[in-house]
Write a protein that binds this ligand. Structure first.
Ligand SMILES: [Zn+2]
Ligand SMILES: [Zn+2]
Length: 209
Protein backbone atom coordinates (compact mmCIF):
# COMPACT_ATOMS: atom_id res chain seq x y z
CA UNK A 1 0.00 0.00 0.00
CA UNK A 2 1.40 3.35 -1.02
CA UNK A 3 1.97 6.03 1.61
CA UNK A 4 -0.25 9.12 1.71
CA UNK A 5 -0.05 11.90 4.22
CA UNK A 6 0.23 15.65 4.68
CA UNK A 7 3.15 17.71 5.95
CA UNK A 8 1.91 20.80 7.77
CA UNK A 9 4.22 23.69 8.57
CA UNK A 10 3.93 25.57 11.89
CA UNK A 11 6.15 28.38 13.18
CA UNK A 12 7.14 30.27 16.29
CA UNK A 13 5.46 33.68 16.64
CA UNK A 14 7.66 36.21 14.79
CA UNK A 15 8.80 33.94 11.95
CA UNK A 16 8.21 35.68 8.59
CA UNK A 17 6.11 34.49 5.68
CA UNK A 18 9.27 34.40 3.53
CA UNK A 19 10.88 32.01 5.99
CA UNK A 20 7.81 29.76 5.81
CA UNK A 21 7.98 29.92 1.99
CA UNK A 22 11.63 28.82 2.06
CA UNK A 23 10.64 25.76 4.10
CA UNK A 24 7.78 24.97 1.67
CA UNK A 25 10.42 24.94 -1.11
CA UNK A 26 12.71 22.72 0.97
CA UNK A 27 9.90 20.21 1.61
CA UNK A 28 9.07 20.18 -2.11
CA UNK A 29 12.74 19.58 -2.95
CA UNK A 30 12.71 16.62 -0.53
CA UNK A 31 9.57 15.21 -2.20
CA UNK A 32 11.06 15.67 -5.67
CA UNK A 33 14.26 13.79 -4.84
CA UNK A 34 12.34 10.93 -3.20
CA UNK A 35 9.63 10.79 -5.90
CA UNK A 36 6.91 11.31 -3.31
CA UNK A 37 5.24 14.41 -4.76
CA UNK A 38 2.01 12.51 -5.44
CA UNK A 39 1.98 10.93 -1.96
CA UNK A 40 2.59 13.88 0.32
CA UNK A 41 0.85 17.26 0.24
CA UNK A 42 2.33 20.36 1.87
CA UNK A 43 0.08 22.74 3.82
CA UNK A 44 0.59 25.93 5.79
CA UNK A 45 -0.46 25.72 9.46
CA UNK A 46 -0.27 28.55 11.99
CA UNK A 47 1.96 30.38 14.47
CA UNK A 48 2.56 28.75 17.87
CA UNK A 49 3.59 30.58 21.03
CA UNK A 50 6.71 28.83 22.35
CA UNK A 51 7.23 31.01 25.45
CA UNK A 52 6.31 28.15 27.77
CA UNK A 53 9.13 26.03 26.40
CA UNK A 54 11.85 28.53 27.34
CA UNK A 55 14.44 27.39 29.84
CA UNK A 56 14.34 29.53 33.00
CA UNK A 57 16.99 27.80 35.07
CA UNK A 58 20.59 26.84 34.26
CA UNK A 59 22.53 30.03 33.66
CA UNK A 60 24.08 29.13 30.27
CA UNK A 61 20.87 27.80 28.70
CA UNK A 62 18.52 30.46 30.05
CA UNK A 63 16.25 31.74 27.24
CA UNK A 64 16.92 28.74 25.00
CA UNK A 65 13.98 26.58 24.02
CA UNK A 66 13.86 23.08 25.47
CA UNK A 67 13.83 20.96 22.29
CA UNK A 68 12.92 17.72 24.10
CA UNK A 69 9.80 19.26 25.62
CA UNK A 70 8.77 20.76 22.26
CA UNK A 71 9.24 17.38 20.57
CA UNK A 72 7.11 15.67 23.23
CA UNK A 73 4.41 18.27 22.66
CA UNK A 74 4.60 17.96 18.84
CA UNK A 75 4.87 14.19 18.66
CA UNK A 76 2.56 13.03 21.44
CA UNK A 77 0.23 15.96 22.19
CA UNK A 78 -0.23 17.87 18.99
CA UNK A 79 0.10 14.87 16.66
CA UNK A 80 -2.19 12.61 18.68
CA UNK A 81 -4.90 15.25 18.28
CA UNK A 82 -4.06 15.57 14.58
CA UNK A 83 -2.95 12.17 13.28
CA UNK A 84 -3.50 13.14 9.62
CA UNK A 85 -0.33 15.14 9.21
CA UNK A 86 3.33 15.36 10.14
CA UNK A 87 4.14 18.74 11.71
CA UNK A 88 7.30 20.71 11.01
CA UNK A 89 7.75 23.49 13.55
CA UNK A 90 10.10 26.39 12.72
CA UNK A 91 11.79 28.06 15.69
CA UNK A 92 13.58 31.40 15.46
CA UNK A 93 14.92 30.98 19.00
CA UNK A 94 17.83 28.67 19.63
CA UNK A 95 17.02 25.31 21.19
CA UNK A 96 18.86 22.46 22.82
CA UNK A 97 18.38 18.74 23.16
CA UNK A 98 19.40 16.78 26.23
CA UNK A 99 20.86 13.29 26.01
CA UNK A 100 22.01 11.46 29.15
CA UNK A 101 21.77 14.67 31.15
CA UNK A 102 23.99 16.61 28.71
CA UNK A 103 22.53 19.53 26.78
CA UNK A 104 23.61 20.35 23.23
CA UNK A 105 22.56 23.14 20.90
CA UNK A 106 21.20 21.65 17.65
CA UNK A 107 19.75 22.87 14.34
CA UNK A 108 17.01 20.30 14.16
CA UNK A 109 15.21 17.45 15.90
CA UNK A 110 12.87 14.76 14.65
CA UNK A 111 10.65 11.97 15.91
CA UNK A 112 10.29 9.01 13.57
CA UNK A 113 6.81 8.68 12.14
CA UNK A 114 5.75 11.94 13.74
CA UNK A 115 7.19 15.46 13.68
CA UNK A 116 10.26 17.69 13.26
CA UNK A 117 11.62 20.89 14.80
CA UNK A 118 13.93 23.15 12.75
CA UNK A 119 15.97 26.20 13.76
CA UNK A 120 15.06 28.89 11.23
CA UNK A 121 16.86 31.86 12.88
CA UNK A 122 15.70 35.49 12.70
CA UNK A 123 13.91 36.70 9.52
CA UNK A 124 16.83 38.98 8.49
CA UNK A 125 19.19 35.98 8.23
CA UNK A 126 17.44 34.93 5.02
CA UNK A 127 19.60 37.43 3.09
CA UNK A 128 22.55 35.13 3.66
CA UNK A 129 22.68 32.39 0.97
CA UNK A 130 24.61 30.04 3.29
CA UNK A 131 21.90 30.40 5.97
CA UNK A 132 19.20 29.62 3.39
CA UNK A 133 21.08 26.52 2.28
CA UNK A 134 21.61 25.44 5.90
CA UNK A 135 17.88 25.73 6.61
CA UNK A 136 17.01 23.77 3.45
CA UNK A 137 19.47 21.02 4.40
CA UNK A 138 18.17 20.83 7.98
CA UNK A 139 14.54 20.51 6.80
CA UNK A 140 15.53 17.69 4.41
CA UNK A 141 17.67 15.93 7.06
CA UNK A 142 14.90 15.97 9.69
CA UNK A 143 12.28 14.79 7.17
CA UNK A 144 14.64 11.89 6.41
CA UNK A 145 14.40 10.88 10.10
CA UNK A 146 10.60 11.40 10.19
CA UNK A 147 10.31 8.93 7.30
CA UNK A 148 12.56 6.32 8.91
CA UNK A 149 16.22 6.95 8.03
CA UNK A 150 18.50 5.20 8.67
CA UNK A 151 17.13 1.65 8.86
CA UNK A 152 18.44 -0.79 11.43
CA UNK A 153 19.33 -3.33 8.78
CA UNK A 154 21.79 -1.09 7.00
CA UNK A 155 25.38 -1.72 8.05
CA UNK A 156 27.61 0.06 5.55
CA UNK A 157 28.51 3.73 5.79
CA UNK A 158 26.39 4.23 8.86
CA UNK A 159 27.75 6.53 11.53
CA UNK A 160 26.39 6.52 15.05
CA UNK A 161 26.52 9.92 16.66
CA UNK A 162 25.05 12.14 19.33
CA UNK A 163 21.32 11.71 19.51
CA UNK A 164 19.04 8.75 19.07
CA UNK A 165 19.20 8.42 15.32
CA UNK A 166 21.56 6.67 12.95
CA UNK A 167 23.36 8.80 10.39
CA UNK A 168 25.03 8.37 7.02
CA UNK A 169 28.78 8.48 6.47
CA UNK A 170 28.57 9.51 2.82
CA UNK A 171 28.08 12.80 0.97
CA UNK A 172 24.44 12.88 1.94
CA UNK A 173 21.88 15.04 3.74
CA UNK A 174 21.80 12.36 6.47
CA UNK A 175 25.40 13.11 7.44
CA UNK A 176 25.31 14.10 11.14
CA UNK A 177 26.91 17.55 10.66
CA UNK A 178 25.68 20.50 8.56
CA UNK A 179 29.33 20.98 7.48
CA UNK A 180 28.45 18.49 4.70
CA UNK A 181 26.66 21.43 3.06
CA UNK A 182 29.86 22.40 1.19
CA UNK A 183 29.88 19.03 -0.58
CA UNK A 184 26.23 18.92 -1.63
CA UNK A 185 24.43 20.49 -4.58
CA UNK A 186 20.91 20.42 -3.16
CA UNK A 187 19.24 20.84 -6.55
CA UNK A 188 21.06 17.87 -8.07
CA UNK A 189 21.43 15.26 -5.36
CA UNK A 190 20.66 15.43 -1.66
CA UNK A 191 20.74 11.78 -0.59
CA UNK A 192 23.28 9.06 -1.27
CA UNK A 193 21.86 6.12 -3.30
CA UNK A 194 21.17 4.01 -0.16
CA UNK A 195 19.29 6.69 1.79
CA UNK A 196 17.31 7.65 -1.33
CA UNK A 197 16.39 4.01 -1.96
CA UNK A 198 15.17 3.52 1.62
CA UNK A 199 12.92 6.58 1.32
CA UNK A 200 11.61 5.59 -2.11
CA UNK A 201 10.78 2.10 -0.82
CA UNK A 202 9.03 3.58 2.18
CA UNK A 203 6.86 5.89 0.08
CA UNK A 204 5.97 3.22 -2.48
CA UNK A 205 5.12 0.43 -0.01
CA UNK A 206 4.22 2.24 3.22
CA UNK A 207 6.49 -0.24 5.04
CA UNK A 208 9.33 0.94 7.20
CA UNK A 209 12.70 0.73 5.46
ZN1 LIG B 1 20.01 13.55 12.35
ZN1 LIG C 1 23.02 8.60 2.92
Amino acid sequence: MSYKKEIRIFWQVGVSRRQVDLVVSAVKLFLKHTEAEDKITVKIGEAIDLRFFKELNYFFWRGFLNGNRIMDYLSYGHQNCNPDFHAILLARSRFFMAVDGKKKMVNGLAEKGRAALVFIDQPGRLKNPYARKRITLTVIHELGHVFGLISEKRKEDVLLSFGRYRHCGRNCAMYPDTGIIDYLDLEKRIFCPECRLELKNFFSTGNEP
